[in-house]
Design a protein around this ligand. Structure first.
Ligand code: SF4
Length: 369
């Protein structure tokens, strides 16, 4: 199969033959480059898929695949984690959270430990579940921990609007949502970062659209939006390798069956209606101006930070010995952390990158042994 046939086949195929042809094409095209390219993915689902499908191993001699700040649980800063834990100890408060978040260690233990201590921490699968819990528990305050990127923020925004429409005075959102562009700018500006291409997140891009990432071309780093099937990822890698060779720094969409130029404008409008950009701490990247989302003034009664009088988030240290900060900014691989697989395992995680199913350390531990 030549490259053109592969490119046509990928659009509709999960065929193993296409996978093999793409793999061969990547290896052939890397041969035209002067060095082994370093590609960073900035999506936790890609982190998992690249390990799970064996792509990392199959391309280990041709391409170095590293992870960036794409795992929602992992990038939530130690200061935010500490506030979430502190909130769960407040009398009369039910903290609702996505599952992985409750195991993240932080100052004060973890949400899981807080629950074991008798506090009310509930795992939910959506922000709407938290609204339902608030309706069913009118005597208690229900705080939903909003984490993630442009993908999860629209659902949190809709939940706030629903709570407002239903007159729920006991529902709030603790917003730890993050925005991708400021973090990517921070990564691409790191003086010691050495990457040749970016695999951009398909889920985020489905909401934001391709154009949202056009700024990346200012940094002279090629970028390609990828889907999540094994063939999608190989196809994106193939495109990146070709773009590196051609010095083509445009942002390309290799996931057109889900991503449009301008994305989901309704979802983006929901974000803008309920939230506004705010400075935010990221694990691994520190405080990045206007990289988070806080509730707009007209929704401030649904803001957990306002309702519970929480102070501004401050920088907090990483767990002793944990290299998550370096892993999330592409400066270390999980195996370069001295705790990896020894003191830190999925059943006894020291840092969030080993907790989350989208965490780089966990993916390397589960599939790389
Ligand atoms: S192996 Fe554990 S301690 Fe080391 S960086 Fe990963 S999560 Fe942190």
């Amino acid at each position: 199969m030549n490259d053109d046939v592969v490119e046509r086949a990928i659009k509709s195929s999960r065929d193993p033959q296409v996978f093999r042809a793409l793999l061969a094409s990547v290896k052939r095209n890397v041969g035209f480059l002067s060095k082994k390219p370093i590609l960073m993915e900035v999506c936790g689902s890609h982190t998992w898929a690249i390990s799970h499908t064996g792509i990392r191993e199959l391309l280990k001699d041709e391409v170095e695949l590293i992870s960036g700040p794409g795992c929602p649980v992992c990038v939530t800063s130690p200061g935010e984690v500490a506030q979430m834990i502190e909130l769960s100890y407040r009398p009369g408060v039910i903290v609702t959270s996505y599952g992985d978040m409750i195991r993240v260690p932080g100052r004060g233990g973890s949400l899981e430990a807080s629950r074991a201590a008798g506090n009310h921490v509930e795992v939910v699968y959506s922000a709407m579940d938290a609204v339902t819990i608030a309706e069913n528990n009118p005597e208690q305050q229900v705080a939903f921990l909003g984490i993630g990127f442009e993908t999860t923020a629209p659902a949190a925004a809709v939940a706030v609007e629903l709570a407002k429409a239903r007159g729920l005075g006991n529902f709030t959102v603790y917003s730890a949502h993050k925005l991708m562009p400021p973090a990517l700018r921070a990564i691409l500006s790191l003086p010691d970062l050495n990457i040749d291409g970016l695999i951009l997140p398909g889920h985020v891009s489905a909401v934001t659209g391709r154009k949202y990432f056009d700024f990346i071309s200012d940094y002279a780093v090629p970028a390609v939006i990828s889907g999540f099937e094994a063939c999608d990822i190989l196809y994106a890698i193939l495109k990146l390798v070709k773009k590196i060779r051609a010095r083509d720094f445009s942002v390309e969409n290799a996931y057109p069956r889900a991503v449009r130029e301008t994305g989901n404008t309704k979802a983006m409008a929901e974000i803008s209606k309920v939230f506004r950009p705010s400075d935010a701490f990221w694990r691994g990247l520190g405080n990045i101006p206007l990289s988070g989302l806080e509730l707009n003034t007209q929704y401030s009664s649904f803001d957990a930070k306002v309702r519970f009088g929480l102070p501004p988030v401050v920088e907090e240290p990483e767990p002793p010995g944990c290299s998550c900060a370096e892993v999330l900014s592409g400066r270390k691989t999980p195996r370069q952390c001295r705790l990896f697989g020894k003191a830190c395992t999925p059943s006894n995680p020291v840092g969030p990158c080993m907790v989350s199913s989208e965490g780089s350390c966990r993916a390397h531990y589960v599939f790389g042994r």
